[in-house]
Design a protein around this ligand. Structure first.
Ligand code: ADP
Ligand code: MG
Length: 381
């Protein structure tokens, strides 16, 4: 609940990205929405007499956990918010591995099939990312997620079911499953929009689905005529335009649930999406902590400089990419992540925090990022 307390303390000033381990695995509550300060822009007011009026919608999941909160401004906001909620539910039904009628569940059950346009797009993006990240992003890690107990289907050797495992799986079991993890073996036919999975492979879009959802909502908002909005999906933030007065949104980056911020990034029309080992993890009886971002090279939680106490935030105009990259760079660790950014510096920016408190900020956001809490190094192209 720390995030809420901080959000309340900063009421009306900041929005928040990054998640809290204290929330359910299905989703986490969003932070407070941004400032609805009065617009002095008469031209904008002429165009929309309600330009600075805020409308909010909080969406709850089945367990009545606040799951996503949407805020939009102006005369089109109310309709857009309803359309946004419909979209969230549609995508959840389509992508949740746990829902038997979902596209993902059907692909997994049948070893492939013809995809709906959303899933086809996500497959394409995921396979491209797998390629460009040298395998760090891999949608076929799903059976490993199950083995590690980070899915609702988890059942341990003693027959206990639940969402959190208490001990690391046996090395042999990890090695066994790892032989079936390799997204390059997925056959995707772009013309037919169909996939074939190798025997026993199963996939999950968990590393990219939330960012895609917020991207779809941003697109729906824009096509409804909304020019100022905030989409907060469990700490994954996507902004439409700036604040109603035209100034940028201020997004605070959660400092690994320590009750402080890594810093604040000021953005317009951007997604700000974070991954962190602190978000979901368990402590084994030997005291070792295991988190939910799996390195497909080892089958173990990523441990290349970003492990349980690190965070990777991606700032990108495209929410899907922001989400996929936050997971990918986490797996890579700081050195490879920086190398990757240098090769793609026109596509996104980052704020990296390592387990040992070294913070790196990419050059592209030098002028819109600030931190009162940490000293950081600007990474140049
Ligand atoms: P969040 O849980 O906040 O969405 P991430 O965006 O970092 O966090 O995604 C983590 C999720 O991505 C995991 O719960 C799992 O479903 C999936 N995942 C874990 N490791 C990988 C990986 N190497 N490649 C792709 N997806 C992954
Ligand atoms: Mg991600």
């Amino acid at each position: 609940m720390k995030r809420k307390i901080i959000a309340a303390a900063l009421a009306g000033m900041l929005i928040f990205t990054g998640c809290s381990a204290e929330y359910s695995v299905n989703g986490t509550a969003g932070g407070s929405a941004g400032d609805s300060s009065k617009s002095s822009d008469m031209a904008a007011k002429d165009a929309d007499p309600m330009a600075d009026q805020a409308f909010d919608r909080v969406i709850y999941d089945a367990m009545t956990v606040p799951y996503m909160s949407l805020r939009a401004y102006g005369q089109h906001a109310e309709d857009a918010l309803i359309a946004g909620e419909v979209e969230i539910r549609r995508l959840d039904d389509l992508l949740s591995t746990g829902k038997s009628g979902s596209d993902t569940a059907k692909i997994n059950a049948n070893g492939g099939g013809v995809l709906t346009p959303d899933t086809a797009y996500l497959t394409e993006v995921s396979l491209d990312l797998h390629d460009s990240t040298g395998g760090a992003f891999d949608i076929s890690v799903y059976p490993l997620m199950e083995l590690w107990g980070f899915t609702s289907q988890f059942e341990d050797e003693a027959g206990n079911t639940g969402t959190v495992r208490r001990e690391a799986p046996a090395e042999k079991d990890i090695a066994d499953i790892l032989t079936r993890v390799d997204a390059s073996k997925i056959e995707y036919d772009a013309d037919k929009g169909s996939v074939v999975l190798p025997d026993q492979m199963r996939i999950d879009f968990g590393g990219i689905a939330k960012g895609y959802t917020s991207q779809c909502i941003a697109d729906i908002f824009r096509s409804n005529g909304v020019t100022s909005a905030l989409i907060d999906l469990g700490g994954n933030i996507q902004t439409v335009g700036g604040k109603p007065d035209g100034s940028p949104w201020k997004v605070a980056l959660n400092d690994r649930n320590r009750g402080t911020f890594l810093g604040v990034v000021q953005v317009k029309d951007m997604a700000v999406i974070s991954s962190g080992g602190y978000e979901r993890n368990f402590t084994a009886s030997d005291g070792k902590v295991y988190h939910h971002i799996i390195d497909p090279a080892t089958g173990y939680p990523a441990d290349n400089g970003f492990s349980v106490d690190a965070s990777v935030s991606i700032i990108c105009s495209d929410g899907t990419m922001a989400d996929g990259l936050s997971t990918s760079l986490y797996v890579m660790g700081p050195e490879k992540a920086i190398e990757y950014w240098r090769a793609h510096s026109d596509e996104f920016d980052f704020v990296l925090m390592t387990d040992d408190d070294k913070m790196y900020v990419s050059e592209g956001i030098e002028d819109c990022f600030s931190s009162d809490t940490y000293k950081y190094e600007i990474v140049r192209r």
